[in-house]
Design a protein around this ligand. Structure first.
Ligand code: NOJ
Ligand code: CA
Length: 728
C-alpha cells in the first residue's frame, strides 16, 4: 500500500478563525470556524451550492465541562492523500483513497487547556470528520452523555427514512419531506421482535435525502468502534439534524479514555444519484485489514434449511413443548413434532442440491437444542451452540458434506442473550472447526441481555467486533443478523462477510412485507455501510402456494428476484427458495447458478432512490466448482446486469460500452413477461439469448415491481453462428 503525502502545510496560528479547503477535484468545499463563544462549526458546499450550513459540533460529558464551547484554535494542519488499496472481496478490484485532510487542534483555555482535535477528510464525493482526544495531562476517563454534531440542511429535503430506534433497523422505508417525518406512525406493531422508537422526530442513519435543486445528500457514519451508533433528531423548523447516540442500561452513551476517537460522521453529496452508490468513502474511512492471512476468506453462494421454516413448512424446534432447560432436559425423551426442518435426511437433500448446482455452502437453522422456548422470555440460557437435536447427526453430515465438496454453514441464534453467547463462544467455534464448519450466521432476535442494553449501544458494538475478532482466530467467517447496521468495518475484518441489519426478504413470508420500492432504497441507505444477507431468489412468490389461506407474498416479480443478485452487492448470497422450487424452473435458476459474488468492476448505469437501480458488474477471475465437481478457472470477461424498478413499470437502458470491444458476447436476458406484475402476475418471465457487443444498448422493460437480469459471456463459435444479433 502506497501512501503519498503530496502536500503538507502546517499553520500554527491562534488568530486563524476560519479555514476553507477544497476536495482534490474541487467539487466540494469545507469551511471550519469558531464563533464568538468558541464553538466549533463546519459548513459544506457542492460547487457553489451550500449543502450543510454552518453547524455546531462537539460532545456533552457527564460531571465534566462539555467539549462544545470555549475553544480556541491551537493548530491547523492540512494534507493531500492519494493512495489506493485492494479489498479482499468487493465491487471493484482497486479502490482509490483520495482526499484532503484538515486537522484542527482546539484547546479550552478555561478547562486546564484541555484539547480536542477534529479531523476532516474531504473527498470529491463527500466529507468525513471525527473527534479525537490525544493523551493529555488533564483528560483521562470521560463519559459522553450525548454527541451534539449538527447537520444544518438548506431546506425541507425529501428523505428516505426509517424510525430512529437503537434496537432494530428492520423497518419499511418511508419517503416524505423532513418536516413530515413521524417516526411513531406507519409501522405495523408486532412484526418486529424488539423495537424501541426514540421519538416522533428521530430517524436512523444512513439517511438519504434529495434537495429541491437536485442534490443527493446522505448522512451516515463510518467505523463505529467502541462507541454507540448514531441516530438523528430533526428540527423541523430549521432543518437541522442533530446526532443522538444509543444509550446504555443506565442512560450513558459512551465511556471513553484518552487517547481515543469517535467514529467518522459522514456527508455524501452529488448531483448524480449514481455517485452515491459508487462512493467508496465509507470503506476508505475504515482501517485496513487487521487480518494478515486472508487466504481462507471466500465469498460464497449458499442454500439452506431456512425459507421452509419462514413459510411454515417446517419448524426450527424439534418438539412442541415449552418448558426446557439447557443441561437438564433429556432431548431424546421428547416427542418429535414430525416437521422439524434440520434433520439429517433433509440436510442431505440440500447438500446434494448444492453439489449438483455448484453452491459453496448449506446453512442449517434449528439444528441445535433450545428452540422449544427460545423467544419472549428474556431468558439467559437458551442455547449452548454445541448440542445437536437427536435427529441431526453432525458427524455423519460432516462426512457427507465433505464427500460432496460442500461446506455446512453454522447457525448461532443467540436469542440476544449475549452474555450467554460470550461465555460459550470459544467452545462453539471449536465445535465448528472440529466438524468442518468455517462460516457462521449469528442472530440477535429479542431484547438484549445484559438487560437494559440495546442492539446499537457501545457494549453491543464492542460485542460484534469481539465476535469477528475471535472468529478470525478460528478462521471463521461471520454473518450476523439483527446487529447494529454496518459502517464499513468489513474492510478491517474481511471475515465479516455480510450482515442483515435491515428488513430482509424474510418479511415477505410472514408480514405485510417489503413494498416494491424497498430494494431501490436499500442501496442508498443500509448497503452504504456494507453487504447485506438479504436472501434473494424467491421463485414461489405467493405464500398461498404453501397454504391456501395465506395472503402474504414477495412484493416483486420473479425476474426482479434474479436482478437483486446484481443490484444488492454482497460477497455472500443465498439462493433462498426451496430446492424443489428451483428444480421446477431450471431455466430461470440458471442465472442464480451463473451469477458471481465477487467483482473486479462495477458500473452504476442508472439510479434514483425509491424508483430504480440498474447495475453492471464484471466477475472476478476465479476458480469455481463446475457441475461435474472439477474446479476450473473462469474468464474475467463475464459481466452481469441487474435492473429493478419500484411499483411503476419502466424501461431500463443498459449501454454495453463497458464490454471488450474486440469480442462478441452472448447475452442471456431474464426479464418480466409482458403480462407480469408483482401482485397480479409475479411469476411470468421470459428468457432470450442474443448476440451483443460494446456498441449494443439493451432496452429492458420492467413490469410494475419488476426487474431484469442479464448475463454477458464471450460467445462460442457455434453461438456466433446460431444466435441472432440483439435489436430492440
Ligand atoms: C431472524 C433472522 O433474520 C432469520 O434469518 C432467522 O431465520 C431467524 N431470526 C431465526 O434465527
Ligand atoms: Ca432478522
Amino acid at each position: 500500500m502506497k501512501n503519498t503525502l503530496l502536500l503538507s502545510i502546517l499553520l500554527v496560528s491562534i488568530s486563524v478563525h476560519a479555514q476553507t479547503v477544497q476536495s482534490p477535484g474541487k467539487k466540494l468545499s469545507l469551511t471550519f470556524s469558531l464563533n464568538a463563544e468558541g464553538e466549533p462549526t463546519y459548513a459544506l458546499a457542492f460547487g457553489k451550492k451550500p449543502v450543510i450550513l454552518p453547524s455546531k459540533m462537539g460532545i456533552e460529558l457527564k460531571e465534566q465541562p462539555s467539549f462544545l464551547k470555549g475553544f480556541s484554535i491551537a493548530k491547523v494542519e492540512s494534507s493531500l492523500v492519494d493512495d489506493s488499496w485492494e479489498p479482499v472481496w468487493g465491487e471493484v478490484k482497486r479502490i482509490r483513497n483520495h482526499y484532503r485532510e484538515l486537522k484542527v487542534t482546539l484547546r479550552q483555555a478555561e478547562i486546564k487547556n484541555r484539547a480536542m482535535q477534529i479531523t476532516f477528510r474531504l473527498f470529491d464525493d463527500g466529507l468525513g470528520f471525527r473527534y479525537e482526544f490525544a493523551a493529555q495531562e488533564n483528560l483521562n476517563y470521560f463519559t459522553a452523555t450525548d454527541e451534539k454534531t449538527e447537520f444544518h440542511l438548506t431546506g425541507d429535503h425529501k428523505a428516505f427514512w426509517i424510525p430512529g430506534d437503537f434496537d432494530t433497523n428492520e423497518y419499511a422505508y418511508n419517503e416524505t419531506k423532513l418536516s413530515e417525518v413521524d417516526a411513531r406512525e406507519g409501522q405495523k406493531a408486532g412484526e418486529i421482535f424488539s423495537r424501541s422508537v426514540i421519538g416522533t422526530d428521530f430517524v436512523q442513519t444512513p439517511l438519504m435525502m434529495k434537495s429541491a435543486d437536485g442534490l443527493y445528500i446522505n448522512i451516515f457514519e463510518a467505523a463505529v468502534v467502541n462507541y454507540p451508533a448514531m441516530c438523528l433528531h430533526i428540527d423541523k423548523k430549521t432543518y437541522t439534524l442533530t446526532s443522538t447516540l444509543a444509550p446504555d442500561a443506565v442512560g450513558n452513551k459512551a465511556y471513553m479514555q484518552a487517547p481515543c476517537r469517535t467514529p467518522w460522521r459522514t456527508v455524501m453529496v452529488s448531483d448524480k444519484a449514481a455517485d452515491i452508490l459508487a462512493s467508496k468513502m465509507i470503506l476508505n474511512l475504515n482501517e485496513p485489514s487487521k487480518i494478515e492471512d486472508v487466504s481462507w476468506i471466500k465469498p460464497m453462494k449458499y442454500v439452506g434449511i431456512w425459507w421452509e421454516m419462514h413459510v411454515g413448512k417446517s419448524s426450527w424446534n424439534y418438539a412442541d413443548v415449552s418448558n426446557v432447560r439447557l443441561g437438564e432436559t433429556d432431548w431424546k425423551s421428547l416427542k418429535p413434532n414430525g416437521h422439524h426442518g434440520a434433520t439429517t435426511a433433509r440436510t442431505k437433500v440440500y447438500i446434494d442440491f448444492a453439489a449438483k448446482h455448484g453452491f459453496d455452502g448449506v446453512l442449517v437453522e434449528g439444528w441445535n437444542v433450545g428452540w422449544e422456548d427460545w423467544f419472549g422470555q428474556w431468558k439467559e440460557e437458551v442455547f449452548d451452540f454445541v448440542t445437536p437435536y437427536p435427529d441431526f447427526d453432525v458427524d455423519e453430515l460432516q462426512k457427507y458434506a465433505a464427500s460432496k465438496g460442500v461446506k455446512l454453514i453454522m447457525h448461532h441464534e443467540t436469542s440476544a442473550s449475549v452474555t450467554n453467547y460470550e461465555r460459550r463462544m470459544d467452545e462453539a467455534f471449536r465445535f465448528m472447526k472440529d466438524h468442518g464448519y468455517d462460516a457462521v450466521k449469528t442472530g440477535y432476535v429479542g431484547k438484549i441481555i445484559p438487560r437494559g442494553e440495546q442492539h446499537d449501544g457501545q457494549w453491543m458494538t464492542n460485542h460484534y467486533v469481539r465476535v469477528v475478532e475471535k472468529a478470525a482466530k478460528y478462521k471463521i467467517m461471520v454473518n450476523p443478523h439483527e446487529p447494529v447496521r454496518p459502517t464499513g468495518l468489513q474492510r478491517t475484518y474481511p471475515n465479516w462477510l455480510a450482515c442483515e441489519a435491515a428488513r430482509g426478504n424474510e418479511f415477505n413470508a410472514w408480514s405485510v412485507g417489503n413494498k416494491p420500492d424497498h430494494e431501490t432504497i436499500l442501496p442508498f441507505t443500509r448497503l452504504l455501510g456494507g453487504p447485506m444477507d438479504y436472501t434473494p431468489g424467491i421463485f414461489e412468490i405467493k405464500m398461498s402456494f404453501y397454504d391456501k389461506t395465506k395472503k402474504e407474498q414477495v412484493h416483486t416479480t420473479l425476474a426482479k428476484q434474479l436482478a437483486l443478485y446484481v443490484t444488492m452487492y454482497s460477497p455472500l448470497q443465498m439462493a433462498a427458495d426451496l430446492p424443489e422450487n428451483y428444480e421446477a424452473r431450471p431455466d430461470a435458476f440458471q442465472f442464480i447458478k451463473d451469477v458471481a459474488v465477487d467483482w473486479d468492476d462495477t458500473r452504476i448505469l442508472e439510479a434514483e432512490p425509491g424508483d430504480y437501480v440498474t447495475v453492471a458488474r464484471r466477475a472476478k477471475s476465479e476458480e469455481r466448482r463446475a457441475e461435474n465437481g472439477e474446479r476450473r478457472a473462469e474468464s474475467a470477461q463475464k459481466w452481469f446486469i441487474g435492473a429493478i424498478t419500484d411499483e411503476n413499470s419502466r424501461t431500463a437502458t443498459a449501454s454495453l460500452s463497458f464490454l471488450d470491444p474486440k469480442r462478441t458476447y452472448t447475452a442471456t436476458i431474464y426479464r418480466d413477461a409482458a403480462i407480469a406484475h408483482w401482485e397480479k402476475n409475479p411469476m411470468a418471465y421470459t428468457i432470450e439469448r442474443v448476440l451483443v457487443d460494446s456498441k449494443s444498448a439493451l432496452k429492458l422493460r420492467l413490469a410494475p415491481g419488476g426487474g431484469a437480469a442479464v448475463s454477458l459471456i464471450p460467445s462460442t463459435q457455434s453461438e456466433v453462428q446460431q444466435l441472432k444479433k440483439y435489436s430492440n
